[in-house]
Design a protein around this ligand. Structure first.
Ligand SMILES: Cc1cc2nc3c(=O)[nH]c(=O)nc-3n(C[C@H](O)[C@H](O)[C@H](O)COP(=O)(O)O)c2cc1C
Length: 354
């Protein structure tokens, strides 16, 4: 298994990845303890913490946590969940050695990308100019109910901003009732005339996923070869796509279903009707993505079925009236995703015409 070199088990890693804040404990050369709340990102067996611009009154290099790490690299980091229902209490503690990554290293750049991907607030801060704390986890301990049992109670906008595309998952099973709740969210999407022009196929079995990967791979190979791509590039891309399909614990195929829509005598209005159905499919997908994130899962979007709909229908033995459009991968993220696309600022996206 790729994750965390056996230091953190899958439950612990999944719990940690979902937490927005943790407490970092350091100690000075004489063992005097010191603890601060920190934002952090996790990748493999390392936890990264930025030294950011929040007002702290001293330059980053003079921060007590930094001086402590330089005197004594042994640290502990704890992330916990508190709830009045004490059956939900939980924590994960990581102990290890901390080091400071200087801005000129590749790992520093990767850590900054991770942190920006997790916290949009860092996009507007020059965290790349300061060292990043890297904790090399040596031991992890945990207690309580690590599963995210209920919706987290996050604010809606935090859920919207927090959702991210995940392309690598833990091999941790997703309970069927959670998948059903994701689909329930999709069911409530807006749709033209309320006709719900979409259907979902859920795939969890290895053989089914393999069958789908084979069918789509064949078509994609033909397309890439037609585009004149080099053989090794074709193989690499096919392998990456196949890995994504097989690694994701759950796949949800979203299909367009046009049969219940209005029909018109003219092509223009008919095409508008189809466009509305596709717009609606996008809203169903987004409902599913947001619900998944809110329920403690992560998700990704693969457009591949759009380019070989008949092959997908055939491979999965679906109703021929379904038009596969999107494949959502669902599972527990292996770590914070390495790349998160930044967003254009609002003023470039909006005009006001008062
Ligand atoms: C219609 C659509 C198709 C997409 N297709 C793919 C895809 O085939 N492969 C992929 O890795 N991501 C795909 N994505 C995900 C985007 O790359 C991703 O949403 C974007 O980079 C923003 O990153 P974020 O989702 O982490 O915020 C797709 C997203 C949409 C809306």
């Amino acid at each position: 298994m790729r994750l965390t070199s056996k230091v953190l088990d899958e439950e612990q890693a999944a719990f940690l990845v979902r937490q927005r804040v943790a407490r970092l404990a350091t100690a000075d050369g004489e063992g005097r303890p010191y603890a601060v709340p920190v934002c952090f990102a996790l990748a493999q067996a390392s936890v990264y913490i930025a030294l950011d611009e929040k007002p702290k009154g001293v330059p980053a290099s003079r921060l007590k946590r930094v001086r402590n790490i330089l005197e004594n690299p042994d640290v502990a980091l704890i992330a916990d969940r508190y709830a009045e229902d004490w059956s939900l209490l939980a924590f994960v503690m990581v102990r290890g050695r901390a080091e400071l990554l200087e801005p000129d290293s590749g790992e520093h750049a990767a850590a900054v990308r991770l942190l920006r991907g997790k916290y949009h607030q860092y996009e507007a801060m020059r965290i790349e100019d300061n060292p990043v704390i890297a904790i090399r986890a040596e031991k992890a301990t945990s207690w309580g109910t690590l599963e995210e049992l209920e919706a987290s109670g996050r604010q809606m906008l935090d859920t919207i901003r927090g959702r991210r595309s995940v392309r690598r998952y833990l091999q941790k099973r997703v309970p069927g009732d959670i998948v059903e709740r994701v689909l329930e969210a999709a069911r409530w999407a807006p749709s033209p005339h309320g006709r719900q022009p979409w259907r979902f196929a859920v795939l969890t079995r290895e053989e089914t996923k393999e069958h789908l990967a084979d069918a789509m791979g064949e078509e994609w190979r033909a397309n890439l070869e037609m585009d004149g791509q080099r053989a090794e590039i074709v193989e690499k891309r096919l392998e990456g796509s196949r890995r994504r399909l097989l690694d994701a614990p759950v796949l949800v195929l979203i299909c367009l279903y046009l049969e219940d829509l209005d029909t018109y005598p003219d092509a223009e209005r008919q095409s508008g009707e189809t466009t509305m159905a596709i717009q609606s499919l996008g809203t169903a997908a987004q409902n599913a993505l947001l619900a998944a994130y809110d329920l403690g899962l992560d998700a990704g979007w693969m457009c591949a079925p759009l380019f070989c709909p008949e092959k997908v229908v055939e491979a999965l033995g679906l109703d021929a009236r379904l038009v596969p459009h999107a494949l959502l991968t669902l599972g527990y993220a292996e770590g914070d995703p390495p790349k998160r696309r930044p967003r254009m600022p609002l003023h470039e996206l909006v005009v006001y015409r008062d």
